[in-house]
Design a protein around this ligand. Structure first.
Ligand code: C5P
Length: 210
């Protein structure tokens, strides 16, 4: 197989309320970084990561971002060059409408924050899916109806593979869930994220050589 370019997003994003506080989630970035390491077997790797405590794998292009908008800008920059896009990041769905330039002081009573939607990066790039042969891989984490919700995302975001994982996966070294393709649901019990990364990259290789 010819060398491929694999673009990966990982980690959470931070949406600042003021210079000190932010909205985010508990994503550690572990799954995305392990996928980046494993993807070296397919070719060149570009990892766009939100804030994490992890050391990026050696021998890849590493781009650090903070917010979802920054992540989207970087994805747009590299998407056309990639053969495979793995959207592993836990992107904040909302950002603060009018983030304060100064630290917000304690106020009496309520402080109301107005939140507005962030771009859905995977959904946006999937709109170009049929203009090219790019392979799209997504993740879904759900507290209810995991498989059904993941299948809906699979269709809506025109994915080749979606990994449905349970909430216990977040910030853990292990994952539990299912790998869903058009015609298969491959369930897996608690396995290490390293093993899961190996299986996912194996499945992607299968799609690439189909
Ligand atoms: O948040 P949601 O469950 O819709 O996430 C499904 C997939 O879409 C994940 O692969 C995630 O990385 C991606 N996503 C994204 N931009 C968002 C929200 C989700 O790329 N704003």
């Amino acid at each position: 197989m010819k060398k491929k370019v694999v673009l990966i997003t990982a980690g959470p994003t931070k949406e600042y309320i003021d210079p000190i506080r932010f909205i985010s989630n508990d994503s550690s970035g572990k799954m995305g970084y392990l996928l980046a390491e494993e993807s070296k077997k397919l070719g060149d790797v570009i990892l766009i990561s939100g804030p994490t405590c992890l050391k990026p794998p050696k021998g890849i292009k590493f781009i650090k971002v903070i917010s979802a908008s920054e992540m989207f800008n970087q994805v747009k920059k590299y998407f056309n060059k990639c053969d495979v896009f793995i959207s592993c990041a836990a992107v904040s769905d909302y950002k603060v409408k009018n983030a304060s330039k100064d630290k917000i002081k304690k106020t009496i009573g309520k402080l109301k924050l107005e939140l507005i939607s962030n771009p859905d990066i995977l959904l946006e790039v999937s709109k170009e899916k049929y203009n090219n042969k790019r392979i799209l891989v997504g993740f879904a984490l759900e507290t209810n109806n995991l498989i059904k919700n993941a299948q809906n995302k699979f269709i809506k975001k025109k994915l080749d593979i979606i990994i449905a994982n349970e909430p216990s996966t977040i910030n853990s070294d292990r994952s539990k869930g299912a790998i869903i393709t058009e015609d298969k649901i491959k369930k897996f019990k608690s396995i290490s994220k390293k093993s899961l990364a190996e299986i996912i990259i194996g499945d992607i290789r299968g799609v690439l050589t189909r």
